[in-house]
Design a protein around this ligand. Structure first.
Ligand code: JFZ
Length: 443
C-alpha cells in the first residue's frame, strides 16, 4: 500500500514535470506574438499606473568626466582611452539608503537605474564579462545589489535600465547608426551578443537581485532593422519574473510582449522631441524627463527646472494618463548634488498635500488642454488648473452630474454651474508660485 502510493506520486511528479518542461520550452520557442500577460503581470501594470512617479538614475563610469552618458561617443574616444575610466570610478560616498530615502521623500514609488548604458559597462557583478564595476573599478562592489536590498527594505520598487546598444562589445556587429571607429574589429557575432551576452546579463539581473519591477530597454533605435531576438528575450524575462514589466524606449508602436509604452521627453502622442511616435497604445504609459537638461552627471548643466515646473510636469503626465519618470545623474563619488535634492524634497512636500489627485488616478474625462488637465478616481474628478489667469474657466461638457466643487488645498467651495454644453468654474486667485489649483468635482 505504502509502495503503491509512492509510485503513484512519482508517476504524477514525472507527468507534471514532463508537462511543465513542455509548456516552458514551447513558451520560450514561440514568438510572444500571442502574448497573454500573466495575472501577476496584469497586477503589476495596475500597480504601475497607480504609482505615477518614479526616479530615473543615470550613473556609470562616464560620470567621472562630468559630461553626460554619451561622452564616449561625443568625444569619439577609442576603446583604449575609455577603458581607463573605470580606474577612476570610486564612489566612496555612495549610500543606497540615502538614495532610496530621497526617492521616497520625493513621493516616488519606484526607481529605474542604469544597470548598463551604451558604453556596455555593467554597474553590477556580472559573470558574463569582466567589463563591470566589481572587476574594473577600485570600488570593487556591486551598488545595484545594495540598492535592490535597500529598495526592498524601504518598500520601493526597482527597475533596471538596460542598453541593448553597445559601443564596447565587438560582437555588437554589424554596428549601428551611432558607431565610430573606436578600435573594434570589423567582425563580430551578433547572435552571441544577444543570446549569450545580453540574455546572460538579463538572467543575472533577474536572478540575483530579488523581485525586480521591470526592465527598461533602450538603444534598439541604433539598429532599427536588425533582428533583436525580442521574442526570446521577452519570454526569458517573463519566465524568470512573470510580474516584471518590459518597458522599451524604442519610440515605436508597442510590440508583443511589451507591457508599458514610454515616451522620452514628451507627453504621450506629442512628438515635440522629434523621435517619439504619435501612436498611443492601450498599455500603461510613461514619460521620462530630466531635472536639468542632462541624463548622466553633467558639470556644466545648470539649467534646473523649478519645483513648480516639475510639479506641473507630473500633473500633465497624470492628466495624460501617464507616469513621470524623473531623472537625476549622481556624481561619480556617489553623492547626489544639492540642486537635485532640494527640488525633489519640494516636489515631495507638494505631493504630501496634493497626492490624492495624482496617486491611483487615471486620466480624467476632459481632454488635456493649455489651461490644464483632469485626473479621476472613483466618484471624483480633479481639475488641475495649471495655466489660466481669468476668473471663469469653462470646461467642456461632462456626462455625469456634478454635485459639488471644492478646492483640494483647503476644502472651500468653488462656485460652479453645469449646463448641457459645459461646466463653468469660478476660480480663486492663484497664490504666488502656486503650481496647480486643484478643484475636486464630486459626481
Ligand atoms: C536615450 C539614451 O541615448 C540617453 O542616453 C538616455 O539614456 C535616454 C533616457 O534614452 O536617449 C535617446 C534615445 C534615442 C534618441 C534620442 C535620445 N533618438 O532616437 O534620437
Amino acid at each position: 500500500m505504502e509502495v503503491e502510493r509512492v509510485s503513484r506520486a512519482q508517476r504524477w511528479t514525472a507527468a507534471a514535470f514532463f508537462c511543465f518542461s513542455f509548456v516552458i520550452s514551447g513558451f520560450l520557442a514561440q514568438a510572444q506574438s500571442d502574448y497573454q500577460p500573466s495575472p501577476d503581470n496584469l497586477k503589476a501594470r495596475q500597480w504601475f499606473q497607480d504609482a505615477k512617479f518614479g526616479l530615473f538614475i543615470h550613473w556609470g563610469v562616464y560620470s567621472v568626466l562630468g559630461d553626460g552618458e554619451w561622452v564616449f561617443h561625443n568625444r569619439k574616444l577609442t576603446l583604449d582611452e575609455y577603458n581607463q575610466l573605470p580606474k577612476f570610478f570610486d564612489p566612496e560616498k555612495f549610500d543606497a539608503k540615502t538614495w532610496v530615502a530621497l526617492a521616497k521623500a520625493a513621493g516616488m514609488k519606484y526607481i529605474t537605474i542604469t544597470s548598463r548604458h551604451h558604453d556596455g559597462f555593467a554597474m553590477f557583478d556580472s559573470k558574463v564579462s569582466d567589463w563591470n564595476i566589481v572587476k574594473r573599478t577600485p570600488y570593487g562592489k556591486d551598488p545595484l545589489k545594495m540598492l535592490a536590498d535597500e529598495a526592498h527594505r524601504q518598500g520601493i520598487k526597482l527597475f533596471f535600465y538596460y542598453s541593448q546598444l553597445d559601443w564596447h562589445n565587438p560582437d555588437y556587429y554589424p554596428r549601428g547608426a551611432t558607431s565610430w571607429d573606436n578600435g573594434r574589429p570589423n567582425h563580430g557575432d551578433w547572435n552571441a551578443y544577444l543570446d549569450d551576452y545580453m540574455d546572460g546579463q538579463l538572467r543575472e539581473l533577474l536572478t540575483n537581485y530579488g523581485p525586480i519591477a521591470g526592465i527598461w530597454f533602450d538603444g534598439m533605435w541604433d539598429k532599427p532593422d536588425a533582428d533583436w531576438h525580442l521574442a526570446k528575450t521577452y519570454a526569458l524575462i517573463h519566465q524568470l519574473q512573470p510580474a516584471a514589466l518590459i518597458i522599451p524606449n524604442h519610440h515605436q508602436t508597442p510590440k508583443p510582449g511589451e507591457d508599458v509604452q514610454t515616451f522620452e521627453r514628451d507627453l504621450p502622442g506629442q512628438n515635440t522631441a522629434g523621435f517619439n511616435t504619435k501612436v498611443v497604445s492601450q498599455l500603461p504609459l510613461e514619460e521620462c524627463n530630466t531635472l536639468n537638461d542632462s541624463w548622466g552627471f553633467t558639470i556644466a548643466d545648470n539649467h534646473y527646472k523649478s519645483p513648480e515646473e516639475v510639479e506641473q510636469m507630473l500633473v500633465r503626465a497624470a492628466g495624460n494618463n501617464a507616469n513621470l519618470l524623473l531623472n537625476i545623474g549622481p556624481m561619480p563619488n556617489g553623492e547626489i548634488q544639492e540642486e537635485f535634492v532640494t527640488r525633489l524634497h519640494a516636489v515631495g512636500e507638494w505631493l504630501s498635500r496634493y497626492g490624492e489627485s495624482i496617486y491611483g488616478t487615471r486620466g480624467g474625462p476632459i481632454a488635456p488642454a493649455d489651461w490644464g488637465v483632469t485626473t479621476q478616481k472613483t466618484d471624483k474628478i480633479y481639475v488641475h488648473v495649471l495655466h489660466w489667469n481669468a476668473k471663469l474657466l469653462a470646461l467642456p461638457a461632462i456626462s455625469s452630474t456634478i454635485h459639488s466643487a471644492k478646492l483640494l488645498s483647503d476644502g472651500s467651495n468653488v462656485d460652479f454651474s453645469q449646463r448641457e454644453d459645459g461646466v463653468v468654474l469660478t476660480l480663486p486667485d492663484a497664490k504666488p508660485a502656486e503650481a496647480d489649483r486643484v478643484v475636486v468635482l464630486m459626481r
